[in-house]
Ligand binder design. Sequence first.
Ligand SMILES: C[S@@+](CC[C@H](N)C(=O)[O-])C[C@H]1O[C@@H](n2cnc3c(N)ncnc32)[C@H](O)[C@@H]1O
Length: 262
Amino acid sequence: MSENEAGLPGVDSRTPNAARIYNYFLGGKDNFAADRAAAETVLSMAPEVRVAAMENREFLVRAVEYLAGDAGIRQFVDIGAGIPAERPVHEVAQLIDRDAKVAYVDNDPIVLTHSRALLGRRLGTAVVAGDVREPEAILAAPDLAGLIDLDRPVAVILIAVLHFVPGSDDPAGLVHRLLDRLPSGSHVVITHLSDGGVPDDPRIARTRALYNGGLHFRPRKEIEAFFDGLDLVAPGLVGVGQWRSEPAGGTSWWLGGVARKP
Ligand SMILES: C[S@@+](CC[C@H](N)C(=O)[O-])C[C@H]1O[C@@H](n2cnc3c(N)ncnc32)[C@H](O)[C@@H]1O
């Protein structure tokens, strides 16, 4: 992205932005100098983050292949979808069934602008402005309602987004409010930054500071609670690189799992 695009209304190029930092980790071009500087600071402390981000995306692809294949899901709501990356959800799902539908939801105007530009005309997709902290509003959004039938099973995708939600907003409660509105057979896919059982790792505090404190590494137990009352698909909640992956990846930064609403 060229720096003069900073003149776009609503786009602040000087403050590092979560979606653009992640885009940089993935080797994308949709980022500014401030994002690259923040990303490089993270990488200088923890070079494995780049691989971890890629493993997180590969997990997403395998999860969607499982859902569209084995689980027979044809509708996906990808919340905190981010700047479109390689192999987005609709491409993976529509290889299995060309009629699969995907609503991409994000609360960041930059992400929405990119997504509309890149996905605007893709059949079976919609780009929806929404905040994961307002699940009922997301599911009621007209753009989503025009595409997704909430009376049929839906997979809700929450990849690398719940760690932006503070405990005071009850992230586990948000997951359950989303699924409450959906029928049996619906699924949820979650990945989340974990503190790896080392909450006082100084790299966690320094990384959080780069995100102005808005990034929450959680202990495994709290991430497990997001799946309460649901049937976890084997192998359960594991490092994202270990989920149905051959050979298994090694990152311990992200835990991921897929679960079905009974
Ligand atoms: C690290 S990126 C992950 C993108 C994508 N899910 C992936 O894994 O490739 C996190 C995304 O979550 C979005 N996000 C953060 N807080 C959010 C919120 N409260 N509601 C909706 N989206 C949010 C950000 O704008 C960003 O696009």
